[in-house]
Design a protein around this ligand. Sequence first.
Ligand code: MN
Ligand code: MN
Length: 305
Amino acid sequence: MSKTLIFGHKNPDTDSITSSLVMANLEKALGNDVEACRLGKINKETQYVLDYLKMDPPTLIDSVEDGADVILVDHNNPMESIDNIDNVNVKKVIDHHAVVLTTGYPLYYRAEPLGCTETVLYKLYKEYGVEITKEIATLMVSGIVSDTLLFKSPTCTPMDKEVAEELARKAGVDIVEYGLEMLKAGTDISDLSVDEILALDAKEIDIKGNKVLINQVNTASIDDVMKMKDALEEGINKAIEEKGLDLFMLLITDIVNSNSQTISIGKRADLVEKSYNVVLEDNTALLKGVVSRKKQVIPVLTDNA
Ligand code: MN
Ligand code: MN
């Protein structure tokens, strides 16, 4: 039998990468033949973690054979997964997102409304009695810091914080110091092209029949990113045309002050204005206190669509 492939979503973030590694380690400890994989490029934040641990990234794949066994982590939405997701055998899902996937067969499905897949995985390690090594603890704590923006995101639960603090002790890191360095490493976009920035953390979703792409870029300075506004708008308009989008919402998220500036373009840009009670001037508006796409953007746009 061939190996079960474990991967997170396309445009992988730190949670998707670390969770595939952490889940692979758990499965191996349980005697299963698996391989940690990824569906895209390692971002700078995740690279910081891998460099810190002197660890290789999961195997890059762009397709899997029909009929292959796979385990999904940090996602379940087919739109964010491999293209032939309907033709593979999803054995397990470990996630913390709304359930979208349907299968015609039974599977192991573990999702909890927590801030990070790693917090779910931490519980699984405890349940199976598998040791959390220093290295695994570092991967886990990195995922939690990333997804919760160091506990500032409204998606962060008391459980995420408690688990992360225990993992930080095990990893031997000062969570604020390590976490800020890691987050900052992820905000360096100085050598990226506009197209790369616009694809960094892009999620394409259907909101009541509207094709919406929401891309989030973390920064320590909104002004620095807004200096590129003209070029970003050009790239956004190109993406709208190429993908037939009804709305492209770029979120430039200030990880220090917990606000987002949006550049929103498309025939449904009114959704952004309605949802946040703002007026887009030159396609842009400040969304105060908005840092979480999952909790403060997707459901809010959906309610107002
Ligand atoms: Mn993710
Ligand atoms: Mn996640």
